[in-house]
Each structure stands twice: as C-alpha cells, then as structure tokens.
Design a protein around this ligand. Structure first.
Ligand code: SF4
Length: 449
C-alpha cells in the first residue's frame, strides 16, 4: 500500500514545536511519512498558537492559501490543532468550511482516530474537550539521526492566570508527568546519542511529579544530572514567583545544568505587575536575579517584556526602562500588549494607543540591542564550551553550536566535530551570534582523533 504523507505547519513556542514532533510520531506510526512540501501532502496539520496576535494572523492567511490547494486536491485533509484550535473550536469550521478537523490541546493523542473517522465518513470533526489526564504528555517523538539536542515535556497547563494570557484556558490546569517516565525518556534519548535536553513546560518550576513519593523540579534536575551520556540540561519557562533558592543553588551544584535561565519579567512597574496578576514586585524579581548571579556569576538571563498593557502610564513605562538598565538582560523578547478574548485584561479600560505602544516597543528593543551587544562583547577572549549542532546556515565552511549560556557561536571546523563538545575562543561578537575559533588545545586534540 502506498504511504500517505503529512506536512505540519508550526506556530509559536517550543512547546508547540515539540507537540508537532509528537503529531508526526503518531502519524508515522499510522503509516504516514513526513514531507517537506505541502503540495505533496495528503494531510496538512496547522499547529497554532494564540499567545501572540501575529501568530494568529499568520494562521488565517495560511488557511486562505490552503483553500486553493484543497480546491485542486479535494481529498486533501486539513486539520488545525493547538491553542487557537482549543479556543475557537467549531468557529474555525464556520470561518473555513473546507477544514476537516479542529482538535484541541488535550486531544493530540487521538489524532489517528480522528483522521480515520474523516476518511470513513467525510464529515468534519471538532474535538476540543479537556481530559483529566493528558495522554499526549507521554508521546515520544522519534529521535532523529545526528540530532544532539532534544525537548522533553515534563508538564503542561498553567494555574497562574496572568491577566493577559490565554494559556490556562487553552491548555488547562497544570499536569506533571510521572518522575520515572521522564527519567526513562531521558535515558533513552542519551542512549540514542542525544547530549542536551531541554525540559519543557508552561511553568516548569511548579513541576510536581510522583514516583511513590512527590518530587519537585529540583529533584528532577538533580536526577537527570546523573544520567550517563547527557552533558547539558536546559529548561523553560520559569515563573519568577516559583524560582526557589533550592533551584537557584542547582546552578552551582549540578555540573551539567547550563548557565542560562529564561525568566519573564513582563514589566518594571509594580502597579502593572499587580494588574497583570504576576504575584511579584520588581524588588522580588531583582532579589532572585541577584541570588542567581551570586550563585552563578556567568549566568545568562533572558526575559519577556510587554509594553502598553492597559493603563500603562509614562511613569510605568519608565520603570520598565529603569528595570532593564538595572538588570541588563542578555536578550529579551518584547511585545506590544494585544488583547486576548476571555482574559481578565481584555475587560480593563484605559487602553494604550497603538502609536504609543509602537514607540515604547521601539525604545525597549533599541535598549535591549545595546545591552545584548554589550553582554556579547564582554565574552570576547573567553574560552567557551560549545556543543556542535551542525553546519552554519551562512557558510558551509563554518560549524555552529551554542555556549552553555545559550549563545550561538560560528567557527571554522571539521564536520566530524558535529555532535561533539569542543573548546572555542570567542574572537568577535554581534547582536545575534558570536564568532569563535577552536582553541589550540582543541586543534591538537582534533589532530590526534
Ligand atoms: S505563567 Fe502566566 S504567562 Fe505563563 S503560561 Fe501561565 S498564565 Fe500564561
């Protein structure tokens, strides 16, 4: 029987990228193969994100394009999954009647059954109910040959209800995977050649898994730190209020925990943080940053910043600018506030005009660029440990990899180094990457290999 083909469009965060890997693994087990050209596909899945307005807009334009493809190939099955599918449900089919499937965040594991049902009946399916236990947490994507890094989902959902965010509504309540299942998955990844794992969850710090006894996130990091073959652990995302001293101390106690943390601050104004329901003040946040830098002086700290939250005055915005000057993030993602239907912030009056939001965003991004360059330049002359991920996109002569602090470094080297950890001297610094060269010791080692 001829194999069917699947193509997946992914929008949004690392959680979604990993969910798409799970979707592909499920459909491969049902006789599909992945293709890199949607025109060749029998099944196209759009895995959506509703956190940012831009991602949602892209999905709508994508759907418009796919309608033309469906007109030429009526047997093509098109499905929409992810957060936006969870939020919109049947409304998606009203807007795009040629869609065959809308499936929510708790229903990924049933995808093969949904597809069979569509093939049998020709009827569109809408599956957005929440389940008590999210089975997709345990789907293991097939490990790809030559890959050195892998995501591992440890929990999903969120109980925090930040006033601007839809995640608690579209991903549901927090659910942690079993401690032993995660440890087993990481051991399997290590055996398949994976050297670096990134532990994923909407709020990894509140991980609470059982294994006879209850384990917190720190226990998990410490346990993974003992798995032979794994050289690096990363995690994302952390909520500042749940960042414990115990976890901060892991940055010195667990050798393979990389010196990088993504710690979204969102605003420097306590008044705005309160309206956002973030449950910390800037002083609380700063105290954690201070502890992190005391325990681990070279740690790189990245963040998320929202400008133009309803009611944000010039004084509030200035507090954000002052905060950035005090902390000097290695990099940050910054966004204009955009309303999300159903969230508490959508009810707030005193909206900030688009024009002011745009100006504030530009000021934040310009300042961040200056800080990023400053932090990157400070690394010139350092010897850094690089896990080599592959060939640079910019030059086939260059290899590319990341420092433990999560900075991209390009350097000349033999392709045989891909997948290995090497020592590189940083010789130049730019906004988005660093330039390096293999250290003399590393070149000598290469000659002996
Ligand atoms: S912590 Fe806040 S911003 Fe993050 S996913 Fe939960 S509700 Fe959304």
């Amino acid at each position: 029987m001829e194999m069917k083909r699947i193509f997946v469009h992914t929008y949004g965060c690392q959680m979604n990228v990993h969910d798409s890997e799970k979707i592909v693994a499920l459909m491969e087990n049902s006789g599909y193969e992945i293709v890199d050209d949607e025109k060749k596909a029998d099944l196209i899945i759009i895995n959506t994100c509703s956190i940012r307005e831009k991602a949602a807009q892209k999905v709508y334009s994508q759907l418009g394009r796919l309608r033309k493809l469906k007109e030429k190939k009526p047997e093509l099955i098109i499905g929409v999954g992810g957060c936006l599918a969870q939020q919109w449900g049947a409304k998606f089919i009203e807007k795009a009647p040629y869609l065959n499937l809308v499936f929510g965040t708790h229903n990924i594991c049933h995808l093969p059954e949904f597809i069979k049902m569509i093939e049998k009946t020709g009827m569109p399916q809408v599956k957005t109910e929440f389940h008590e236990s999210v089975k997709s947490l345990g789907i293991l994507p097939r490990s790809k040959n030559g890959k050195v890094s892998s995501y591992v989902t440890i929990m999903q959902g969120c109980n925090n209800f930040c006033s601007y965010c839809v995640v608690p509504y579209v991903r549901g309540q927090e659910e942690s995977r079993k401690f032993c299942d995660i440890v087993d998955e990481v051991k399997t990844l290590a055996a398949s050649g994976i050297r670096e794992v990134t532990l994923l969850g909407q709020n990894v710090n509140s991980y609470c898994g059982t294994n006879g006894i209850v384990h917190d996130f720190t226990d998990l990091v410490q346990e993974i730190g003992t798995i032979s073959g794994i050289e690096r652990i990363r995690f994302t995302t952390s909520h500042p209020k749940d960042l414990s001293d115990k976890l901060i101390n892991c940055f010195s106690a667990v050798d393979i925990l990389c010196e990088h943390i993504h710690l979204p601050v969102q605003s420097g104004s306590d008044r705005i943080l309160k309206m956002m329901n973030r449950c910390y003040t800037f002083a609380d946040y700063y105290e954690k940053v201070d502890k992190l830098r005391t325990v681990c002086p070279d740690i790189s700290i990245t963040s998320d910043i929202i400008v133009g939250f309803p009611g944000e005055t010039d004084t509030d915005f200035q507090a954000t600018i002052d905060m950035m000057g005090k902390i000097r993030f290695d990099s940050s993602f910054s966004f204009k506030y955009s309303e999300r239907e159903g969230t508490a912030a959508a009810e707030l009056k005193d909206k900030v005009s688009e024009c002011i939001k745009r100006d504030r965003l530009r000021i934040v991004q310009d300042l961040q660029d200056r800080h990023t360059i400053e932090r990157n330049r400070a690394m010139i002359g350092n010897k850094e440990e690089i896990l080599v991920e592959g060939i640079s996109k910019n030059s086939h002569k260059d290899l590319t990899g990341r420092t433990r602090t999560n900075k991209v470094v390009n350097f000349e080297g033999n392709y045989e180094l891909i997948g290995k950890t090497v020592s590189v001297m940083i010789i130049d610094a730019y906004l988005h990457s660093l330039r390096g060269e293999l250290t003399k010791e590393e070149v000598a080692k290469c000659l002996l290999r």
